[in-house]
Design a protein around this ligand. Structure first.
Ligand SMILES: Nc1nc2c(ncn2[C@@H]2O[C@H](COP(=O)(O)OP(=O)(O)OP(=O)(O)O)[C@@H](O)[C@H]2O)c(=O)[nH]1
Length: 372
């Protein structure tokens, strides 16, 4: 069953926190693996490759520091992701540039371009989209593609000028850049789809939340309460478990408005709603039923326990002096009778509330007995 509308936002936040923990763990795993691969490459490096000898341990140290930051949550996830992409990008592109600047024979340049380093360039393109979303991914992807293209073009021109026997290798470079272009197009399209789906989903969630929430006090509104009550009534019918309806009305609320002004009246409603939502359990519903009247539904709780809870709430309000105004409430309680419909229980709770008002307010009346 859906969470109570008042708890809806809380449920979304919990889910987002869970996803953030999952993402941080994924980054930790990827970083650990990358450090292990780099240290293996370093241990088995060829002689005379100062780049690997110096840059790999230095870069591994940077990744280790990043891992600690991911672990300790010392920065927001987004900042960490941008730092990670920047660090990996710098490393990959500087290694590529190193080959072109310092490797000796021409064919070696071409073979290196056609070889393993395009894995790294591909990873940088895909990683940019995964971590930075569509816009960031496009910037990283296009910049990487252009950088690689410029290096390759420079190499092909050099090859033609030298008119050497390896000129036919330009075909490799064209093929590889076509592959990178396809990768860029597919990943950007996939990311755009993901981002749009996510934003539509978030908008639907927000709409659902606001449609079922009172804009003033943040509790469920009548629509939210109706949804919760019909689901709970179905469960009560099926499993014969109790469901109690508590109606609460702020006493002489009109006088509060008249004496202190509407703004204070609004603050009283908000303060009361806060106390109410702190008093009820997670599985209960607390809703603004209309004006200065509130409804609490307590699934799995019988009349007696509900009456105790209502008394606790009434006393808490009495002690609180919300917005500097002494406030009291009157409460009527009735139990749902399976098969009779929720509106029947609400009508009976309302009748109890009416009786309690007539008896002098600031009290709780249930169908069975009266307590002050
Ligand atoms: N400030 C403020 N006032 C509201 C809001 N909604 C309803 N009211 C006012 O609440 C008052 C409710 O008055 P009544 O229904 O007479 O209830 P009461 O004064 O509490 O009287 P009893 O219930 O008999 O104790 C009306 O004057 C409404 O205008 C709101 O959102 N903010």
């Amino acid at each position: 069953m859906d969470p109570a509308p008042g708890n809806h936002l809380h449920a979304v936040r919990t889910e987002l926190n869970r996803l953030e923990i999952y993402r941080r763990r994924t980054y930790l795993g990827v970083l650990t693996l990358t450090i292990a691969i780099m240290m293996l490459s370093w241990a088995f490096r060829e002689e005379g490759d100062p780049f690997i000898a110096v840059a790999y341990p230095a870069f591994s140290a940077i990744l280790a520091l990043l891992s600690v930051a991911f672990w300790r949550k010392s920065s927001p996830l987004r900042t960490m992701e941008i730092t990670l992409v920047a660090a990996v990008g710098t490393m990959i592109l500087s290694r590529l540039a190193w080959h072109f600047t310092f490797s000796d024979p021409l064919n070696e340049h071409l073979l290196l371009l056609a070889g393993g380093h395009y894995w790294a360039v591909g990873i940088l393109i895909v990683g940019g989209f995964i971590t930075l979303g569509y816009r960031g991914g496009m910037i990283i992807g296009i910049a990487t593609f252009l950088f690689s293209g410029i290096l390759a073009t420079h190499e092909v021109f050099g090859c033609f000028q030298a008119a050497g026997e390896y000129c036919h290798n330009w075909v490799y470079l064209v093929r590889i850049h076509l592959f990178l272009a396809v990768l860029l197009a597919l990943t950007s399209a996939g990311t755009l789809l993901r981002d749009r789906t996510w934003s539509a989903f978030s908008r639907a969630e927000a709409l659902q939340h606001w449609a079922h929430t009172d804009p003033l006090c943040g509790l469920a509104n009548r629509r939210g309460a109706d949804q919760f009550l019909s689901a709970e009534a179905a469960l009560a019918d099926r499993y014969q478990r109790p469901l109690t309806i508590i109606l609460i009305d702020i006493d002489e609320f009109k006088s509060i408005n008249d004496d202190h002004g509407h703004e204070v009246g609004d603050a009283v409603i908000c303060g009361f709603a806060e106390i109410l939502s702190n008093t009820v359990r997670e599985v209960d519903l607390a809703a603004r039923w209309g004006g200065d009247e509130f409804l609490v539904a307590t699934p799995g709780v019988d009349l007696r326990s509900a009456r105790h809870a209502a008394q606790r709430c009434r006393r808490a309000i009495e002690r609180a002096a919300i917005a500097g105004v002494p406030v009291t409430v009157t409460v009527g309680i009735a139990e749902y009778i399976p098969g009779k419909g929720v509106s029947d229980a609400i009508c009976r709770a309302d009748a109890m509330l009416y009786q309690a008002k007539a008896a002098g307010r600031n009290r709780v009346i249930t169908e069975a007995c009266e307590l002050t």
